[in-house]
Design a protein around this ligand. Structure first.
Ligand code: ACO
Length: 315
């Protein structure tokens, strides 16, 4: 398969570090050097499903494709206001498609897992055109009185249209269960029979553990996929990494002994929008004309679970 179109949408409300310090005991002087984030786009009056539909429409337009030509929609989403129906079904109706669809929840690694799933559909010969949409609102998961988490995140939606081709060269996926490092609970509806203790807990994160996992998992995924495809890091033109923390990106840069210009970033004014980060960055780089035909691109992400993955593709 190959990526034939991309699209992305960000909420209009921009929240700077200085705006956060109006109600939190934090500052730009703390946040920026430790994370690389200066501002983020935060949902206010938008609905996530509408942003997802708009990102999908943009990707279809970019691929010069009608929604009716799609054979499958995969949506990566951790949380949205609907528990059911799945977001991919809402997107299907919104864009006027009539194909089957499925949601996955692979946290921030969702775009890589969605590409891998799509690849298996292509290998089975069951699809021609696939739409992936990653739509996330992590700002609705954090406690906005917790300066350790809420400063990191932003919202957004990114989409990619896939068509037949051989531009995707290989994947490396991994998972290592660690449910106490990064998690959120929510209570379900009460029943007359529930006797266990339940509570709503906003996103909890052991930041330094996540940092270490992220560096180790992404470095290992990238090394593995490159080794398997016989490609050296020097031959890769662009590394699009999950935008969780600029220091994580820089540590992976050093590990791979590659120059910073190969690692495009948008974390400074987007923050971490979970699985949407990679397709939004892909869309922005593509629209800026950064990719030439034949360029080798590695996309790599990690997230709660823990899960992680890397994909090597040729533009
Ligand atoms: N403003 C001011 N002070 C703060 C803030 C803040 N926003 N956040 C934490 N602090 C304070 C803490 O309270 C602590 O103070 P104390 O020593 O008095 O208790 C001090 O700063 C150090 O806190 P640490 O948590 O140890 O800070 P650290 O250097 O580890 O940086 C950070 C925290 C930026 C979160 C880092 O651990 C990190 O980036 N981890 C990875 C996070 C990540 O990638 N998350 C992914 C999220 S989800 C996903 O993408 C899958």
């Amino acid at each position: 398969m190959k990526i034939s179109g991309t699209g992305s949408v960000l909420p209009k409300k921009v929240v700077t570090n200085d705006m956060l310090s109006e109600f939190l005991d934090t500052s730009d002087a703390w946040i920026y050097p430790r994370t690389g984030v200066k501002s983020r786009h935060v949902i206010s009056d938008e609905r996530l499903e509408e942003m997802a539909i708009e990102a999908a429409r943009k990707a279809l337009e970019d691929a010069s494709m009608q929604a009716s030509e799609l054979d499958f929609i995969i949506c990566s989403n951790v949380v949205n206001e609907y528990i059911t129906p799945q977001l991919s079904c809402i997107i299907q109706g919104g864009i006027g498609a009539n194909c089957p669809c499925i949601d996955i929840n692979c946290a921030c690694a969702g775009f890589i897992y969605a590409l891998h799933l799509a690849e298996s559909f292509y290998k089975a010969g069951s699809v021609k055109n696939v739409l992936i949409v990653c739509a996330e609102e992590p700002t609705r998961m954090t406690d906005w009185t917790d300066r350790r988490t809420c400063v990191l995140f932003g919202d957004g939606a990114g989409a990619a249209v896939l068509t037949p081709g051989d531009n995707i060269k290989g994947f490396s996926l991994s998972a290592a269960s660690a449910t106490d490092k990064l998690y959120q609970y929510r209570t379900l509806q009460p029943t007359p029979y529930i006797t266990k203790q339940e509570q709503d807990v906003p996103l909890q994160m052991k930041g330094q553990d996540v940092f270490k996992f992220a560096v180790k998992a992404s470095s290992s995924d990238i090394t593995k996929v490159l080794r398997e495809q016989g490609v050296s890091p020097d031959e890769v033109d662009h590394f699009l990494l999950h935008q969780a923390n600029l220091r994580i990106i820089q540590t992976i840069e050093s590990f791979l002994e590659q120059p910073a210009y190969k690692f495009p970033v948008n974390i400074e004014d987007h923050g971490n929008s979970s699985s949407s980060c990679c397709p939004i960055l892909l869309d922005e780089c593509r629209r800026q004309g950064r990719f030439k035909p034949g360029d080798k691109i590695v996309i790599s992400a990690f997230g709660a679970g823990f899960v992680s993955g890397a994909v090597l593709l040729e533009w």
